[in-house]
Write a protein that binds this ligand. Structure first.
Ligand code: FAD
Length: 508
């Protein structure tokens, strides 16, 4: 390929989580090449400042960058996350944990949960969640990394993510990126200047008259979408008919005891409240639908349901669930909140930044910006967003709550044909498959379907050939192995204090 087509300058607009993740990933792969990476951000505008819970693939993002995990945990005041507890989602007084990791252990090429369903249909129904190592470890406040060198051990199946301070994460990635040669420019962008012929963005025009030229722009300007929308008018798909929440109030509070290794999402009158425990404080927020609740009532509910003293005034954030019609348009790729937002219920936004970056590396452009590559990128992104949307919708529609207008409305939300098919298949035969574009695997779908009260009425008929006593004894043995494994794990507190305690962690 002719060198003249190679990108000379990539400009990232925005220094929130999306901007600095992009800078870190691109700085890392482009270090020492002719392609220069510049990030422009405005401290005056600031970042959205939330986004503190993640899902397990972030481990591979850190690994790709060569980041030492203990250093990362220490410097971002992070804790480990084994799953999400959903409180009052099915009905008031009910709760379950969606764990990161499998249920039981598959045998004879049939998934464990199929045996469990068969046994339950035969009259022996116990708690499916007690067969998930991450659920039991989370409830016991235990944590350790997986024993990857002992594949036969139940402890090899440990799977986790992090809960961290979003501002410290951006700072951490900034140090990393600058060390890789990324240039940072402080300034407020007034607009994107477009090339009259191609319509591509040619430069960022700053309020102080600086002009920053680039070949490729990554719009990480947050909800504003300064380039993707304000310059290119790409258009936005409004998904509020699927995901109706449109506001959040966020507030940090003092820790109450040592942080637990999971996030909690408690259903409230017109939405849900998050609780994300970090080493130095707890992050809280109420995500709600403004059609059913006013801001003052939401504020009262949030402040009335904190475990510790509030450390600031709650901050109001307005959003519209949905995504850009094309996240990559011409020479602009939108990333993070500029690309879309599906509300934080399953902590997917940071993950979607990561997968978009991975896709960018496989569809890396040159100055010709091949439309077929861009179309392929957009199609794959659309699929992924739709899969996540379906997974989130599942939580809202499969509820028995009818105690408020909001929850009654949730019961009427239409399920996409894909979601309806997946639920119908599970109900009929207890089968769940991972499908193209899925962010969440079968264990996650199982956890939420089962947790939300969807019951399977059948299981793989091959199982019926086995004597029920044999199934019983294997399942009980697996339960015993899990309990034993959890007992042998250190506490989350001991693990953190020994390996990665942050400066802000109060003494025992
Ligand atoms: P922002 O943080 O808004 O950053 C935008 C950047 O652009 C800033 O640096 C700003 O200064 C810059 N900028 C904007 N305009 C200009 C301009 N004119 N000139 C110069 N610079 C400019 N995600 C998760 O994965 N887990 C969670 O638990 C989670 N919780 C969330 C809770 C809520 C209520 C919300 C709203 C989001 C949550 N998210 C979560 C999403 C997560 O916060 C974002 O995906 C993530 O922070 C990325 O944001 P961003 O970088 O795209 O935007």
């Amino acid at each position: 390929m002719s060198q003249s087509h190679l990108l000379d300058r990539i400009v990232i607009l925005g220094g929130g989580t999306a901007g600095w993740m992009a800078a870190a990933a691109l700085g890392n792969v482009l270090q020492g090449t002719r392609t220069k990476v510049t990030l422009v951000e405005s401290e005056e505008i600031g970042t959205v400042g939330v986004g503190e819970a993640t899902i397990p693939p972030i481990i591979s993002f850190n690994a790709m960058l060569g980041i030492d995990e203990d250093t990362f945990v220490r410097e971002t005041n992070a804790t480990f996350k084994l799953g999400i507890e959903f409180v009052d989602w099915l009905e008031k007084g009910h709760s379950y944990i969606h764990p990161f990791g499998d249920f039981g252990r598959d045998f004879d090429a049939i998934p464990f949960y199929q045996y469990w369903i068969h046994r339950a249909l035969a009259g022996k129904k116990d708690d499916l969640f007690s067969y998930a190592l991450m659920v039991e470890a989370a409830k016991a406040g235990k944590f350790m990394r997986p024993l990857t060198d002992r594949p036969q051990s139940a402890l090899s199946g440990i799977n986790y993510a992090f809960q961290f301070d979003a501002a410290l994460y951006a700072r951490f990635l900034r140090r990393f990126s600058e060390a890789k040669g990324v240039e940072r420019i402080e300034g407020k962008v007034a607009r994107g200047e477009q090339d009259g012929e191609s319509g591509h963005v040619a430069a960022l025009m700053l309020e102080d008259e600086q002009r920053i030229e680039g070949d490729f722009f990554i719009d990480c300007s947050g909800f504003r979408g300064l380039l993707i929308e304000q310059a290119l008018a790409t258009g936005y798909e409004d998904w509020r008919e699927h995901l109706p929440c449109d506001r959040a109030l966020a507030v940090p509070s003092e820790s109450n005891g040592f942080p637990i290794p999971y996030t909690r999402a408690t259903a409230r009158e017109a939405g849900w409240q998050w609780r994300i425990p970090l080493q130095h404080r707890t992050g809280n927020g109420y995500v709600y639908c403004s059609e059913y609740l006013d801001d003052e009532k939401a504020r009262e509910t949030l402040l009335g349901n904190l475990d510790g003293k509030a450390l600031a005034e709650p901050r109001l954030l307005r959003f519209m669930t949905g995504k850009r019609k094309r996240v990559w348009n011409g020479n602009v790729l939108a990333l993070g909140l500029a690309a879309g937002f599906m509300e934080p219920l399953e902590s997917t936004s940071i993950h979607l930044i990561q997968t978009s970056l991975a896709r960018l590396l496989t569809h890396f452009p040159d100055k010709r910006f091949n439309p077929a590559d861009i179309a392929a990128f957009n199609a794959r992104t659309d699929r992924e967003y739709e899969r996540v949307r379906d997974f989130l919708v599942l939580h809202y529609t499969a509820t028995r709550r009818d105690d408020t207008p909001f929850w009654r409305h949730c019961q009427t939300i239409a399920r996409s044909p894909d979601l309806a098919r997946r639920i119908a298949q599970f109900e009929a035969s207890g089968r769940i498959y991972e499908e193209t574009g899925d962010v969440f695997g079968t264990a996650s779908w199982l956890a939420v379907m089962h947790g939300q009260g969807i019951e399977a009425k059948g299981a793989n008929p091959l199982i019926a050939k086995l004597p029920i006593e044999r199934i019983d004894s294997v399942i009980e043995q697996i339960g015993g192995t899990i309990r034993h494994a959890v007992e042998s794990m250190p506490t989350h507190e001991d693990f953190i204090r020994k390996n990665c305690a942050a400066e802000g962690l109060p003494p025992p």
